[in-house]
Design a protein around this ligand. Structure first.
Ligand SMILES: [Zn+2]
Length: 216
C-alpha cells in the first residue's frame, strides 16, 4: 500500500521509533523473530533520514511476570490471566544487563536522542513504548515527544504483531499521526496475531507504508 506523506522524515515534527532491536529477538536469541537481524541495515538507513529517533529496549528484571518460568506448570506461549488482563507467557528474554538484552551491535543510529527501556516493572509487561500492559502506567514517551513538538511517529522494528503494533496503537491513541513501515518490521505471528494486529492498526487509523514511501 502506498500513501503519500504530508511531511518528510527530516521534519522536526516527526520521529522514528525503533522498537526492540535486541539480540534476544534476533535469530539465536531467546525469543527469536525470524530474520529479525535482516532488518538492521534498512533500519539504519531509515534512522539516517529522521532528525528525531527514539530507540526502545525491552528490559526486564529477572523473574519477570511475563516469563513462563515465573509461573509453576506453565510453558512459553501459554496465555494466562493476570490482574490486568490476558498475558501471553514468553521464554525468559531481555533480562536487564544480559547480552540478549543488548541492542544489536550493527544498529548504528548515533544521533538518536533517547533509548527508552520498558518492561522494567516486575509485575507488569510492556509491549508498548507508551503505556504498560496494565493500560494505565505511562512510560513517559508521549510527554517526551509532545514537549519536543513532535506530532507524527513512524514505527519500525520487532515484533510487528506485538511491540510494534501496541506502540503504534498507543501512539495513535495519544494523538500522534502514526505510520508503520511494514518492510522494516518482522512478525512473530502467534495464533493469527499478525492479521489481528493489522486489523486493529487499520481500524485505529494507523497508516501502513513501505520504506520506499519514506526514502524516495
Ligand atoms: Zn518482553
Amino acid at each position: 500500500m502506498t500513501t503519500s506523506l504530508d511531511l518528510l522524515p527530516g521534519d522536526p515534527r516527526a520521529a522514528l521509533l525503533v522498537i526492540d532491536m535486541q539480540y534476544d529477538f534476533m535469530p539465536g536469541g531467546a525469543l527469536a523473530v525470524a530474520e529479525g537481524d535482516a532488518l538492521v541495515p534498512l533500519v539504519n538507513r531509515l534512522g539516517a533520514q529522521f532528525r528525531n529517533v527514539v530507540i526502545t529496549q525491552d528490559w526486564h528484571p529477572a523473574g519477570h511476570i511475563s516469563f513462563a518460568s515465573s509461573h509453576a506448570g506453565r510453558s512459553p506461549f501459554d496465555s494466562i490471566t493476570l490482574p490486568y488482563g490476558a498475558q501471553t507467557l514468553w521464554p525468559d528474554h531481555c533480562v536487564q544487563g544480559t547480552q540478549g538484552a543488548r541492542l544489536h551491535a550493527d544498529l548504528v543510529i548515533d544521533h538518536a536522542q533517547l533509548i527508552l527501556r520498558k518492561g522494567c516493572n516486575a509485575g507488569i509487561d510492556s509491549y508498548s513504548a507508551f503505556v504498560e500492559a496494565d493500560r494505565s502506567t505511562q512510560t513517559g514517551l508521549a510527554g517526551y515527544l509532545k514537549e519536543r513538538g513532535i506530532d507524527s511517529v513512524f514505527v519500525v522494528g520487532l515484533a510487528l504483531d506485538f511491540c510494534v503494533a501496541w506502540s503504534a496503537l498507543d501512539a495513535r491513541a495519544a494523538g500522534f499521526n502514526t505510520w508503520v513501515i511494514e518492510d522494516a518490521c518482522k512478525a512473530i505471528d502467534l495464533n493469527g496475531s499478525l492479521d489481528k494486529a493489522w486489523q486493529d492498526l487499520t481500524a485505529a487509523g494507523v497508516v501502513r507504508i513501505d520504506s520506499a514511501d519514506v526514502t524516495r
